[in-house]
Ligand binder design. Structure first.
Ligand SMILES: NC(=O)c1ccc[n+]([C@@H]2O[C@H](COP(=O)([O-])OP(=O)(O)OC[C@H]3O[C@@H](n4cnc5c(N)ncnc54)[C@H](O)[C@@H]3O)[C@@H](O)[C@H]2O)c1
Length: 267
């Protein structure tokens, strides 16, 4: 079991200008980590970094060149990156037909930011981490990557791919000092949840948690090398039920879809 002590560690968080990433950057800095704040939104990255005495390195976490520059500049600043949180994500809404169909741009963005950003980061990080025999990669996937997401096919599918990539990294490098963990919350009160459409909000808002709960779950997970980081512990039970019978589980999720898509009568 490997522990990462945050005090004095060098940490990079992508998508740290808002929501969960911002919470992680603030929580890590408060525990003594030296933090690099990345976000596509340069003003947001600068604001968070200035607040916590971190370095802001704005850029697109889904662009390979930009990620190479981020990792190089972060290493220059931190000495070495002990923890990389691949957290930036997007949630394009929609399915495959009708007025609510997801667009080709939505599908592409979901795969670029929710999956390929993790691949680009791992590509830039792994050579030096393998040489050093040490490194910790925490990707923010979602419970949608273990279960599904009503109302967004690109999100459900790309988050499954994010979990699959984290699994693959872990299986391939666990014996070489690389710890890979994946964060899979359900609803978290952030701007993303507000923008997740009627179905998404109906599904997620009743059990939504504050960012601070997610930060505490990630900090707790750094004490060991568990794979799944579940700020909603009930997700472990849902996953077990899914594994026990996919037919029954999809039928139950379809009943939930039907219930949520039926407009509620006005009081
Ligand atoms: N909020 C939830 O309910 C919830 C639940 C499960 C998982 N997640 C995941 O948590 C992560 C963070 O989401 P959030 O809720 O904090 O959302 P958010 O919208 O509050 O923050 C996301 C941040 O990522 C940045 N970003 C987007 N694309 C980027 C890119 N290409 N490069 C760099 N930065 C980029 C945005 O500018 C924004 O600041 C995402 O991966 C999301 O899918 C969120």
């Amino acid at each position: 079991m490997t522990e990462l002590r945050l005090d004095g560690s060098g940490v990079v968080v992508t998508g740290a200008g808002s929501g969960i990433g911002e919470g992680l950057a603030r929580g890590f800095a408060a525990r003594g980590a030296r933090v690099v704040v990345n976000d596509l939104d340069a003003a947001a990255a600068s604001r968070v970094a200035a607040d916590v005495g971190a370095l802001a390195l704005a850029g697109d976490a889904a662009d390979p060149g930009s990620v190479t520059r981020l990792v190089a500049a972060a290493r220059e600043h931190l000495g070495e990156i002990d923890l990389f949180c691949a957290n930036a994500g997007v949630a394009p809404m929609g399915g495959v037909e009708g007025k609510r169909a997801a667009t080709p741009q939505g599908w592409a963005a979901a795969f670029d930011v929710n999956v390929m950003a993790h691949v680009h980061a791992a590509t830039a990080l792994l050579p030096a981490w393998l040489e050093r025999g040490q490194g910790r990669f925490v990707s923010t996937a979602s419970a949608a990557g273990l279960l599904t997401m009503l109302g967004s096919a690109p999100y459900a599918v790309s988050k499954h791919a994010a979990v699959a990539f984290a699994e693959w990294l872990r299986v391939t490098y666990a014996h070489r000092g690389i710890v890979v963990q994946t964060l899979c919350p359900q609803g978290v009160r952030t701007p993303m949840l507000e923008g997740s459409g009627r179905l998404g909000r109906a599904l997620l808002e009743p059990d939504a948690i504050d960012v601070s709960v997610v930060v505490d779950a990630v900090v707790a997970a750094l004490a060991d090398d568990r794979f799944l980081v579940l700020p909603h512990p009930e997700v472990a039970g849902y996953l077990a039920a899914k594994a026990a019978g996919l037919g029954a589980w999809t039928a139950q999720m379809n009943r939930l879809q039907q219930r949520l898509e039926t407009p509620r009568p006005r009081p």
